[in-house]
Each structure stands twice: as C-alpha cells, then as structure tokens.
Write a protein that binds this ligand. Sequence first.
Ligand SMILES: [Zn+2]
Length: 356
Amino acid sequence: MYDRDALLAAVDLRQLADDLLGPGKRVGRSAMWRCPSAQHAQTGRTPPVSIFTSHRGEQRWRCHGCGEGGTAIDLVIACRGATSREAMTYLAEYAGHREQPDSWHPSTQRVALRSPQSAGCSDPEGLDRYVNDCAKRLWKPESSRLRHWLTDVRGLPTDVLVKNQIGADLGPRSQARPDGIPRTAGIVLPVIQDGHAIYAQIRVPQPRPDRPRYLNPTSDLAANPRLSRVRPVEVQHPQVIVAEGAIDALSAASAGYRAVAVLSAAYGDESVAVALARLPHPLVIAFDADDAGRAGSERLLALLEARQRPPVVLDLGSGDLNDAMRQSNDWPAQIERMLDLAMSGRFGPIAAAVNQ
Ligand SMILES: [Zn+2]
C-alpha cells in the first residue's frame, strides 16, 4: 500500500547505507560502503559499493565487485533478508511516513521487545487495571505533588506523560493493587506492550537516603522485561533513542523521538542487544555521562556492532538526558545538533553544544 516512487524519494540512500552498512568510507571525492551480499567476501580496505543518481532521478547503489545493486528497497532486502513488502514498510517507518500513526514496528515483523522470561504475568488483568487507574489518577487534584515533580521538576510535557500512561499511586490506602506491586506511593512507570501493561515500576520522587528510588514488582507478578518502549506524541525522527531509565526515555520522546528505556542496572547485556537489534530503526545510545553509563554504552555498542547494527552514541558531556533537556532552550534542535556531532565523527564531550 505504498507509493514506491514517493517512498524512494523520501529516503536518503546515503544515510540509509550509513545506517544499514555502517558509515561510508571516503574514497577520492565520494563515499563507498561495504557490500551487503553474504556471498561477497571482502577485505574491507576499499569498500566496493557506490551510490549514484540514475537518469530517472532515483538514487541507486551498486557493488563494483559482484554486481549487486538497486534502490533503497533492494538495499533493505539485501541487508535484512526481508520481502519487498517488508522492505517498503521498513522504509516508510524509516522515513517517518507511517501507515498507522502509532505502529511501532512493521506489522509483518511483530517482534516485540519481549525477552523470553517476560512471557508470564500472574495477574495481567490486575496489572492492567492498576496501571489504568494510576494513569487517570495522575491528573486528579490529589496527585498534584507527584504531577509537579514530573512536569515542573523533571520538565516532562503533559501530552508525553498521557501518551505513555504514566500514573500516580497515592499509596495502598487509596489505591488497590495486584499482589506483587510494592505497597508504596510514587509515580507509576508502566511498560506497555500491544496496548497492555506487562510491568510497572514505581519511582519515588524524594526517597529517604537509605531507600531506593525505583521499586520493582515481584517476579511472581511480572518478570522484568529489561526494556520499555516509550512513545512520542508524534514521531518526528527515524531514530530510536536508547536511554537509561524511563525519565530519560520520556525526555527523548519529548523531542519527538521513539525511545527505549533500559530498566536493568546491567544495561549493556546480550539480551538487551538482541532485542534492540530487532528494531527496524537507526539506534542512538544516550546513556548517562558517568563511568557506569559510559561502560554500559561501550558494551552495548560492541554487542550491536557484532549484530551489524552499529548505533550512534551520544556523549552528553555531563549528567543525563533529562538534565540536558532541562538545560536546553530548544530541545528538539538540541538533540539534532548532538546527533549531527556524533555522526560527523567528532567524538568527545559535547557540553558546549548542550549548554549553548
Ligand atoms: Zn558485492
């Protein structure tokens, strides 16, 4: 159901090649990429693929070693083993032309961010009801303190909070809960999959120094899915931003990006990389600018590169994504600048860009 020509016109093949094949290598005046064909053994010294514009005005790629080539659709097919229909769905998502406003992944590829252990939930209806109750309650007068923390202290826009069903739990005396949800007041950060809650964390805004900020349900109720998809009100960019925790992921969504929150402390692990590599979008890692964040980001980078999904890594300079958002005058432009810097290969602290 796609207009092939419109779709191809909407995709920058050079950018797509950078994203799918890894950044192009400059050879003379033009860039060259590796060949996506599995049959084509390459040394990697001089990549064989070039990109040109055909006499019809269409961008095409061609491997000078084995003769493979074609349009952006053919590149997706060659890289991902997709059918042409799947490739067009992929490109539509990639270009931000979306068939359905809230479809996260191509309908033919219903691979959710589901790790094997998250399959079981002992009380899915109870969990769903709890998340819905809390999401409604956040906007009632009695939740003003929690709402203030989200919107004023953390600077998160109300439409993004509504979109992601962020909620308020005012404690066990005013809020019923399924067995396994902590009996504590706080902000409810649900993990929604296919329209249903499969997990929920409670963020305590101002915990006592000896208490944790995040409280998790028992594994009897729901296993930690490790990742949570966070949606912008309207998708405005092809990239998915991978952030530490829900607050940072909501900050990325505030700038119109799809985001994934990594929930587990051991973020850079194999199962997280496997789930992220399945997403059909360019990946951007934006972990905290501290030792733990940098280590996690390096590990995840290596795991994703091993899966032919090299991500772009943002260096925030200091703090986290939420800090960067709150310090910025124009947050969407800010992220785009950070992405441009990271992709142009000028690595290193970008505090200057963040603070400008
Ligand atoms: Zn080739």
